[in-house]
Design a protein around this ligand. Structure first.
Ligand code: MOS
Length: 729
């Protein structure tokens, strides 16, 4: 079905199953350790051998020679694949760096070999017997030093523009009576998801089967085929359970390719998982940014000029971190300027991590807004409210489909007790702790993607949904089951959901917080078609038929669904395709984050005391799984504020802290009270589900709210993340 006019009333609006805070349907599998994650698939194929990936020990240069003799002779070794013996490899659409390097090296820990052996330990031991002679070249590893060499990016995801300009920013900024011109930095960050990248590959003739931890089945299936130079329809990719992705598993990584190459060389199925210390440099990361923000206002706090420039780095042919996107849309102001500049860095590939662009951009913009409020002597909630815009500020003819930022701020302030906050920094103490409160807006765009599904109804009224959608821990299984149950009028226990297999219809996949809304809309479309098919089979008027309580009712009759379709059942497949509604209306999600911190007056140690998020993100399909998304994102925001920092070795060009001991993320003790409020909202322009996304909205603004709370507690304004205690004393 084509979705190109705002949704009207439909069966989802009954909200008998959709919109309920149901437990995850896959919860028992996960809590009993029986959900089949890629690296646990000992069962799926016999005779598995183990592959161990060797990463480059230099960041840039060439391999002069590789001596494989000792490794080949080592116990248990079956095959060793390098760029020299792998055959010709193509380049996937979604990878900047090659997944198997040689002789040229593009970044540290870029894979240069996979050793296949009978056991993991044998493969690992043999990999360390490979002798590699490198000719290292000078690389560029320091964003601050490379900033002046940065240029306008040659390519950008989607049709994003590197620069925008409205009115006369320079003149308006110069003339503004109150202004701010400040630079903020965000560090490189790692997804650091719990489950490592892992794949098992098996060949059957010219057909390749890959079990992998992957967010986007169809993209990745295509890229595996492209890289190996085989037809896409010869590849089957399966990824039913994923232990966290955050964007790090959007694309094919070295584990999948090297499992496939290793399996071909070994003539046996091969499993490859990336050991934790390899992940940080071998895969992708969120690139560091330098952001300059200029804001000019009238004396009473109306923005007249707003400028946001961002610098980031990536490998040659890479893309920038799009940290200015939210500034194009968030606040009013007649004179505007945004720009992104990209430096060439020889660090590992930069790529999407949870709310790419907005997460980093809001870290800077929302401190700048706090600083401006302070200069104006305005409450930071009030300053934001004064600069709300119900239309796209760069294109005033284009309205937001829904924009309830002001309600989020007001509801949050009331709930949080914002009126008890002391405006003066350092005015609030609790024993040895300085107490402060901070606020930030949350903003993330609402993207929509084509998504297909197949739905089957059997003679016992049981419904089976199949789509290649993935569940990265987000709750896809559950909201898809809820959608099918609502549409077909059956209890949720009668729905089974099968995901993450390229044999199923192509979905939107999990990314960019589009997954929940788009994938359920695809299921909606398939169910709508199935309802019509049921009507045809029983000879009912499709406009006067009801699906309720496992029964279909029409013209005064009511029979169990299974009986209506008969023993052979019925099946329907359809996709939702989105027209231009998301261009006609600016579709975004909004929120407000409130944070209270305590800062130890003697040591500068920061403890988050309580957090509140208010979100306006369309219909919430399941408040329990949506809340989990938001509190997870808030937790990640605390990590971004206080801990996360991939430290660059600027001489040798690698991320130093490449394990979970050195790369700090919050633990339970770091995260106390979290509260999430969803405003009651439906957005009929976003999809037939009238929903949007929250998984990325939840992180956007959190780090700035923490930074602003720290400033409120201490009077110290830190503009370089993470805010570690050395920056406070
Ligand atoms: Mo997301 S960073 O598109 O998984």
């Amino acid at each position: 079905m084509k979705f190109d006019t705002p949704a009207t009333t439909n069966p989802i609006d009954r909200l008998t199953v959709v919109g309920k805070p149901l437990d995850r349907v896959d919860g028992p599998l996960k809590t009993t350790g029986t959900a089949p994650y890629a690296n646990d698939r000992h069962d799926v194929v016999a005779n598995q051998a183990h592959g161990y990936v060797l990463g480059s020990a230099i960041a840039k240069g060439r391999i002069g020679a590789m001596d494989l003799r000792a490794a080949k002779a080592a116990a248990g070794v079956i095959a060793i694949v390098t760029a020299e013996n792998a055959g010709k490899l193509g380049q996937g659409k979604f990878n900047t760096a090659r997944l198997l390097a040689g002789p040229d090296i593009q970044h540290y820990h870029q894979a240069i070999a996979v050793v296949v052996a009978e056991t993991f330990e044998q493969a690992r031991a043999a990999a360390h017997l490979i002798r590699v002679d490198y000719a290292a070249a000078e690389g560029t590893f320091d964003l601050a030093a490379a900033k002046d060499s940065a240029t306008k990016p040659a390519k950008m995801t989607g049709d994003a523009k590197p620069d925008t300009s409205v009115g006369d920013f320079a003149a308006a900024f110069a003339a503004a009576p109150v202004k701010l011109d400040m630079t903020y930095t965000t560090p490189d960050q790692s997804h650091a998801m719990m489950e490592p990248h892992a794949s098992i590959a098996a060949w059957e003739g010219d057909r390749l089967m890959v079990w992998s931890a992957n967010q986007m089945i169809d993209w990745s299936r295509g890229d595996i085929a492209l890289t190996l130079g085989i037809p896409k329809d010869k590849v089957r990719l399966v990824s039913p359970y994923i232990g966290g992705g955050f964007g790090g598993k959007l694309f094919v990584r070295a584990d999948a390719l090297l499992a496939a190459l290793g399996a071909r060389a070994a003539g046996r199925p091969v499993r490859v998982s990336l050991p934790r210390p390899l992940i940080f440099n071998n895969t992708t990361h969120r690139p560091a940014t330098i952001q300059r923000i200029r804001i000019g206002t009238t004396g009473d706090g109306a923005i007249t000029a707003i400028g946001h420039e961002s610098w980031s780095g990536d490998l040659p042919d890479g893309e920038p971190e799009v940290a200015v996107m939210q500034t194009r849309l968030l606040y009013a102001g007649a004179n505007r300027l945004t720009a992104m500049r990209l430096a060439v860095l020889d660090l590992p590939e930069g790529n999407a991590m949870r709310a790419p662009g907005e997460a980093s951009g809001m870290m800077a913009l929302e401190i700048a807004m706090d600083e401006m409020a302070e200069r104006l002597g305005l409450d930071p909630v009030e300053f934001r409210i004064r600069n709300d815009s119900q239309v796209d500020p760069e294109n005033p003819g284009r309205p937001f489909s829904q924009r309830r930022l002001v309600e989020c701020l007001r509801a949050g302030a009331a709930r949080f007790g914002w009126d008890r906050r002391q405006a003066r920094a350092g005015a609030n103490r609790d024993g040895g702790w300085l107490i402060g409160q901070g606020v930030a807006a949350a903003f993330r765009n609402n993207l929509v993607m084509k998504s297909a599904a197949r739905v089957r109804l059997d003679g016992r009224s049981k419904v089976t949904v199949e789509t290649d959608m993935t569940d990265i821990g987000t709750g896809s299984y559950t909201i898809i089951a809820q959608t099918a149950a609502e549409m077909m009028g059956v209890p949720i226990e009668h729905v089974s959901v099968r995901l993450g297999d390229s044999r199923f219809p192509v979905s939107c996949g999990s990314g960019g917080q589009w997954g929940g809304n788009s994938s359920t809309s695809g299921v909606y479309a398939a169910c709508a078609k199935l309802r019509e098919a049921v009507a045809r089979r029983i000879g009912a008027d499709p406009a006067n038929i009801e699906f309720t309580a496992g029964h279909v009712s029409w013209a005064g009759r009511s029979v169990p669904l299974g009986e209506a379709v008969g023993a052979q059942g019925l099946e329907a497949e359809d996709a939702v395709e989105f027209g231009d509604l998301d261009k006609e209306y600016q579709q975004s999600t909004f929120g407000a984050h409130f944070v209270e911190v305590g800062v130890d007056a003697a040591t500068g140690e920061v403890r988050v005391r309580r957090m509140l998020a208010v979100c306006a993100a369309g219909r919430i399909l399941n408040p329990k799984t949506a809340r989990s998304q938001v509190i997870g994102a808030m937790t990640m925001g605390v990590g971004a504020a206080l801990m996360e920092d991939l430290v660059v070795d600027r001489r040798r060009g690698f991320f130093v802290n490449h394990d979970l001991a050195g790369y700090e993320v919050p633990v339970h003790a770091d995260i106390p009270e979290q509260e999430v409020i969803f405003l009651d909202e439906v957005d009929p322009t976003s999809s037939p589900m009238k929903a949007k996304g929250v998984g990325e909205l939840g992180i956007c603004g959190v780090a700035a709210a923490v930074a602003n709370a720290i400033h409120n507690a201490t009077g110290v304004r830190v503009r370089d993340y993470p805010i570690t205690l050395d920056k406070l004393i």
